[in-house]
Design a binder for this molecule. Sequence first.
Ligand code: NAD
Length: 321
Amino acid sequence: MEARRAVVTGGAGFLGSYLCERLVERGTEVICMDNFLTGSPDNVAHLMGNSAFRLVECDLTGFVHVSGDVDLVLHFASAASPVDYLRHPIETLKVGSLGTLHALGLAREKGARFVLASTSEVYGDPLEHPQKEGYWGNVNPVGPRSVYDEAKRFAESLTTAYRNSHGTDTGIVRIFNTYGPRMRPHDGRAIPTFIRQALSGEPITVTGDGTQTRSICYVTDTVEGILAMADSDFEGPVNIGNPAELTMLELAETIRGLTGSSSPIEFIDRPADDPAVRRPDTSLAASRLGWKAQVEAGDGLRRTIEWFADKLSETPKAVAG
Ligand code: NAD
């Protein structure tokens, strides 16, 4: 069932902004809550004049209050890129724990459906490939990435406890790498980094030997999968991602080809605990939600490159003197 009034936490971030936009388009009133740690009001500036949209500056780890009815809470607040969560380790653990507690409390108080943005990172460096939802993961609890991975694992556990103890209508989506316009050029994720480097003629820096794989999903596909979960009463967890898998070197070469760049490819150190492989098994999403990714990597990357090219050409150049 489609919601009438929704709260989107982290709604001024990359994914959250698309969710706000799609919900408003579908006729849902949206309250977007964000503390702008890694997001920006710019991402939702185009929604600001719309009476069905409200932006509230709010830190989810503190007191959260929303007046009136709410029938859907999409909990997306959390730093998500390694550069961001390594820069904000405690904030990431706090929003994954306290933030999730408060968002669940809001859903319980309002009798709303709650959808947790979890991640493929709960599978860690997976020993099973592709990853099905029944796989428990291989996460180093004291490694540098644990601030994100363990926060999300805790958030999944808390969400499940609210469902079992309080009867809250919850759902968990495990989102795999998603890309598209509105990513920040310096957020450290591979796609914006490669595109920025290719467009500016700098070396494209591939970590390790580039044989590690990722499956990349275009943002509009991910958003439709999340909304299919929101509209259902399925508890999940369910993988949302594109199963087409490519190595990081293939990704770098594809981006170089699509931009027409002559940037050289340079190999740099691979970060600690970086997963060797990543590919979702999406059969559960297909059978329970009738959803599967549609956009091919070539298409999605082309659209993303166009956006970055426009964005980077707007960036003011430093003026000497
Ligand atoms: P993002 O950094 O662009 O957005 C996160 C938003 O949360 C930002 O606007 C940030 O300011 C906000 N936020 C952080 N802490 C907050 C707090 N304490 N209170 C209020 N707002 C807070 O990241 P994204 O890529 O849009 O990811 C959104 C969600 O989806 C995250 O929960 C992330 O873990 C999950 N996810 C994303 C991906 C992906 O590929 N983008 C993959 C898996 C999971």
